[in-house]
Design a protein around this ligand. Structure first.
Ligand code: AKG
Ligand code: FE2
Length: 332
């Protein structure tokens, strides 16, 4: 399978009146399709999830109001300025290179990592909109995780239990709203978002209609993953690949520049990066010893720039990480 499949999630869509635990038999077809997508491509479009395109468009419109603020009005909300939530807040243009061999990504982002009441938000509208959507994403993510466990023939609670504290300070799951501004000047090799795979368990991805997202197929070619209105694109992340002993694959993806002639087109997207609870031990779910057990928070920190990881990085990568840490220290 080379294309990203579209799977109908209607059997298990978010409904106000329904409990999360739907009998496994009702999900029979769904689990087979999900297994196929995640073992062969690592990405799937889910339709009929209960999250409608209007809702997504509205959150992007509210996010855009923030991205349109003057630089100095965004700066107080920078990532690094929230003492209890290091990953929460605004990430400025070119600040990150998801592929460290490339110059900084041509994107801005705002991470919602904490739902605490006592943190400052740029506006009440922004806060309620993002916090409400964060909670909607949790509900959908837990349903997807349940189907994934069923599709592997393991106890359906295995993944759910490991995400039992999602939405609290004991779990680092993050809703990221992204803004790709019109492209004015481009450095050599610079793109909107460099090649990378995500770190945690799964990612829920929502896009505006402007194309750019590409996923690396098993043949090693980048295939385009456009917005299909009304669907949610879900992908496997690295910790889930490890957890499933490489049965589910975490695929590399990127966001290319707009085609010449469309460079004034901005783009928006939102990602909900789902992670297990910080203190959960992740051991291969098939009972094998393919990878030794690892504590979730240790794994994620090593991926996000822990010292142990420095030995594997290129000088360019180390330089960027040091810059990020310096930035964090200066801002706190
Ligand atoms: O903007 C997109 O479509 C994808 C962004 C992404 O892959 C990420 O932030 O991890
Ligand atoms: Fe990603």
């Amino acid at each position: 399978m080379d294309a990203i499949p579209i799977v109908d999630f209607g059997q298990y869509k978010l409904r106000d009146d329904e409990d999360d635990a739907v009998p496994g038999e009702r999900l029979q077809e769904l689990r087979e399709e999900v297994r196929r997508a995640f073992t062969e491509v690592g990405f799937v479009y889910l339709k009929n999830t209960g999250i409608e395109q209007d809702e997504v468009d509205h959150i992007m419109a509210v996010s855009k109001k923030f991205f349109m603020f003057m630089e100095e009005d965004k700066r107080p909300y920078s990532r690094g300025s929230y003492s209890n939530s290091v990953n929460h807040g605004w990430v400025s243009l070119e600040r990150e290179s998801l592929n460290p061999r490339r110059p900084g990504d041509l994107k801005e982002a705002f991470n919602t990592t904490s739902l605490r009441e006592d943190i400052a938000w740029p506006s009440e509208e922004f806060r309620t909109t993002l916090v409400t959507f964060y909670k909607r994403c949790i509900k959908l993510a837990l349903r997807v995780l349940r189907v994934m466990a069923l599709s592997l023939g393991i106890d359906p609670e295995v993944f759910l239990k490991a995400h039992g504290q999602i939405g609290s300070e004991e779990n680092g799951s993050t809703l990221r709203t992204l803004y790709y501004p019109p492209v004015k000047s481009v450095k050599h090799d610079q793109i909107r978002c460099g090649e990378h795979s995500d770190y945690g368990s799964i990612t829920l991805l929502f896009q505006s209609k402007e194309e750019g997202l590409q996923v690396k197929s098993r043949k090693g070619e980048f295939i385009s993953a456009p917005c299909i209105p009304g669907t949610v694109l879900i992908n496997i992340a690295d910790l889930m690949q490890r957890w499933t002993s490489d049965v589910f694959v975490s695929s590399v993806h990127r966001v290319r520049l707009p085609p010449v002639g469309d460079s004034n087109k901005e783009r928006q997207s939102m990602t909900f990066f789902v992670q297990p609870d910080d203190n959960v031990m992740i051991s291969c779910c098939d009972g094998s010893n393919k990878y030794p057990p690892v504590k979730c928070v240790d794994y994620l920190q090593s991926r996000e720039g822990g010292l142990a990881y420095f030995s594997k990085m290129t000088p360019n990568h180390i330089q960027r990480r040091c810059f990020w840490i310096f930035d964090y220290i200066v801002n706190t």
